[in-house]
Design a binder for this molecule. Structure first.
Ligand SMILES: Cc1ncc(COP(=O)(O)O)c(C=O)c1O
Length: 452
């Protein structure tokens, strides 16, 4: 770890103005006049610079970042090696378009991703610019390859907001409202929520019940499995509340797919690139999806996504799918530097710090009445807020208060799902920073409990 440690000065937050400060207030006002009102901002952080896990705002306040730009800056903000790789590449070649031309680092990154993707089968890689684009390409490839057009996705999952990806997304109605008909032939089935169950799924038997629902309800009543091109799943639900699917469920899902000639697509846009303490959430279950989509952490903040498919599956012809910017040389340089850092210690650190945090907070389930569930893998940890642990009544207002209060104590966190919050720091976070985040959060939870 020593050799790749980013210089982080300071490591902990320091607030010097009330929040938002005067400069932040001005930017927020201007933003509200000109930016799309569809953006969702939980609190008025106006970022100016970032180093490691620390963000400094325009007024000179510093914050500890446990949101990492929505689980993106895997190596921390502006890691010197990533910055140097970007600067070098920008001085040599900024754009070429891999759709029409060749360049070396495009091949280098594809080879690397093919090598680290789960399983032994040979892989091919398609590059896009965002998570949603990777999902769009997976939908198209699955239809193209199987010559089938139906798709199955899961309740509560989030796959992006472009029209194809949105057709799979079943996270919040507001994300679909007003946009008319989406892609036809998409069916949703229950996700194995091991805390709540739902739709007749028993939490303690979620894996088997969800497979049973798929085979005995969906396949018997709504769609013949032989018409299904792909089943698309987040192996750990991200936006839906940081809920991991049990390994047994993912393994059985793989078997169901094999039985019916359906492609298994893992959306690892949020759970991939080492965040869980292994390269992929798939690796925790020993499953080899036919297609894996990844983005967010892939290039430490530069816009890049990848769809990695088994080589025999990616059999579409020239012209079938492409993008002008996908696989941009500067983004790829950032990604290669990111992957080097992940391999040299940050994935191991994600596993270690994930365990450290999880151990420290697991007792909150008993000691704090508004904490219903704590779950996750590596540095993808969800905390679900309830009004009452017995009834499991959801408490989105308490979660929202916790997020807002954390900001005012210098800790940046984000909600996930209706009533959970997520801990998703950069993978280089250290024990001192994790301890600060834990203590701050526990203080906030205690304060909220006293007030209700
Ligand atoms: C699992 C998952 N898939 C897809 C997406 C969409 O990615 P993007 O916002 O880059 O389009 C997200 C974004 O949060 C995600 O978490």
């Amino acid at each position: 770890m020593q050799a790749i440690e980013a210089k982080v000065e300071p490591k902990l937050p320091q607030l010097i103005t009330s929040l938002p400060g005067p400069k932040a207030r001005q930017i927020v006002d201007r933003d509200h006049r000109v930016l799309s009102p569809s953006y969702t901002r939980d609190y008025p952080l106006v970022a100016k610079t970032g180093r490691g896990a620390v963000i400094e705002d325009v007024d000179g306040n510093t914050f500890l970042d446990f949101a990492a730009g929505i689980a993106v800056v895997a190596t921390g903000h502006c890691h010197p090696e990533v910055v140097a790789a970007i600067q070098k590449q920008a001085a040599e070649l900024i754009h070429m378009s891999g759709t029409d031309f060749y360049y070396p680092n495009l091949v280098e990154l594809a080879e690397k991703l093919a090598a680290i993707a789960p399983g032994k089968d040979a892989k091919r890689v398609y590059f896009g610019n965002s998570g949603a684009e990777a999902i769009e390409s997976a939908i198209k490839l699955a239809r193209y390859h199987t010559k089938r057009d139906k798709l199955i996705a899961f309740n509560g999952c989030f796959h992006g907001r472009t029209m194809g990806a949105l057709s799979l997304t079943a996270s919040k109605a507001v994300q679909r409202k007003g946009f008319g008909s989406l892609l036809g032939g998409v069916f949703h089935t229950p996700y194995p929520n091991t805390y709540r169950g739902a739709y007749g799924i028993r939490p303690e038997n979620a894996a088997a019940d969800c497979i049973g629902y798929l085979e005995n309800e969906l396949f018997k009543r709504l769609v013949d499995p032989e018409d299904v091109a792909a089943i698309v799943i987040e192996p750990i639900q991200g936006e839906g509340g940081y809920m991991p699917a049990p390994a047994a469920f993912l393994q059985d899902l793989e078997k169901v797919c094999r039985k019916h000639g359906i492609l298994l697509v893992f959306d690892e846009v949020q759970s991939g690139m080492g965040r869980t303490g292994k390269w992929w959430a798939a690796d925790h279950a020993g499953v080899e999806p036919d297609i894996l989509c990844t983005a967010k952490g892939i290039a430490s903040g530069m816009p890049l996504s990848a769809m990695i498919a088994k080589a025999h599956v990616m059999n579409w012809k020239p012209g079938a799918h492409a993008s002008t910017f996908g696989g941009n040389p500067v983004c790829i340089a950032a990604s290669l530097a990111t992957i080097g850092l992940l391999e040299r210690g940050y994935i191991a650190n994600a596993a270690r710090m994930g365990e450290f945090i999880s151990k420290q907070i697991e007792g909150w389930r008993d000691s704090h009445k508004i904490v219903g569930d704590i779950r996750g893998k590596g540095l993808m940890i969800g905390i679900e807020f309830v009004r009452d642990r017995k009834t499991k009544e959801k408490a989105p207002d308490l979660r929202n208060r916790a997020v807002e209060m954390a900001f005012h104590k210098g800790l940046l966190i984000l909600g996930a799902g209706e009533n959970s919050l997520r801990l998703a720091p950069p993978l280089m976070v250290d024990e001192e920073q994790a301890t600060f985040a834990i203590r701050t959060l526990e203080g906030i939870i205690t304060e909220i409990e006293r007030s209700i």
